[in-house]
Design a protein around this ligand. Sequence first.
Ligand code: ADP
Ligand code: MG
Length: 299
Amino acid sequence: MSIEVNNITKLYKNQKALNDVSFKVNNAEIVGFLGPNGAGKSTMMKILTTYIAPSNGTAAVNGFNVNTERKNVQSSVGYLPEHNPLYTDLYVREYLNFNANVYGTSKSRINEVIELTGLTPEAHKKIGQLSKGYRQRVGLANALLHNPDVLILDEPTTGLDPNQLVDIRNLIKTIGKEKTVFLSTHIMQEVEAMCDRVIIINKGEIVADKYLKDLRAGQDQVVMVEFDYRVEDAFLLKLPKVSAVKNTHGFIYEITFSTNDDMRSHVFDFAHDNELKILQLNQKNASLETLFRELTQRS
Ligand code: ADP
Ligand code: MG
């Protein structure tokens, strides 16, 4: 077990930020910690990384207790805080060198993390000169320096432009093949794009804990597609196993199929045969969306 949280409560003065929270994260899973702003995500992550102590309850990371074995917890986790604090005047390599000295990690590991996070072409630049996407990579490189088993990433994709978003998501998925990744987000699509499992938190309480494959199983599949031109609904209804077509706006269509087989390649073939160009093509998890709305948008 990589992360085990037992009945954690956290009070800031008399405000309850976490109320009796319990969950577990297994080895080498990518788990999304999803919830609206103010739900308690950062608070939970600060407890798991030993930056703050819980008011009540216990948690363990890699088997080490966050209250009593803080040093061992710290060597087991890599942490990317929400507002990734970086020294903008330092050069990328200088910054990583500095932190490597603090952790006592080898010089060769610096080159490894630079390579792993795709920073090689930017490594000679000042952090202040980098785009937000590259700064996030520096934050990830830093979190990986001491080669921890568990990564805790607080809103790692917030504020990135669409291209940077795709790059960072892919990087996190690659890292997640070897390490346990626990990442927070307030955006449902981020969970869909990166995670094996979702834990939903609202107002300091866990309201759902599900594997995405279970949410997808046994439900209709919705594919969102954007063409470069208008298409008649009747035309799209000729697709195999299609049950509904909705033009959501512009040339974007939501096509529902009565199967959970991946139908994206059929949509692609359809576009090709009809000389249409596809500008976007995504699978939408209708049940995750419903779950998230129902659980977090009640006042
Ligand atoms: P999230 O990361 O999900 O947006 P946070 O964990 O940052 O949520 O915050 C949870 C709640 O605790 C919010 O109501 C927030 O205002 C409050 N809170 C967070 N940090 C502090 C603090 N240092 N002092 C007082 N209240 C805080
Ligand atoms: Mg937060």
